[in-house]
Unconditional design. Structure first.
Length: 66
């Protein structure tokens, strides 16, 4: 396992995760990102919802208006 700062836990697969309700989520991928923030729409798998969304910078204002 690898703990990513402010991100998911990376686990070499295949992986089985037992959820709170007892259901089992399975992945046969060679590397699996397990969500730790619970924001993922594909929980328990990470969909990068933990990343801060950056807005593009506003265009510079025209300093010499005509």
């Amino acid at each position: 396992m690898t703990l990513e700062p402010n991100g998911p836990v990376l686990v070499e697969g295949p992986v089985e995760v037992v959820l709170d309700d007892g259901t089992v989520a399975r992945s046969d991928r060679f590397m699996v990102a397990v969500c730790t923030c619970r924001r993922s729409r594909t929980y328990p798998w990470c969909d990068t919802s933990h990343r801060d969304r950056e807005r593009p910078a506003a265009p510079p204002e025209d300093r010499n208006p005509s």
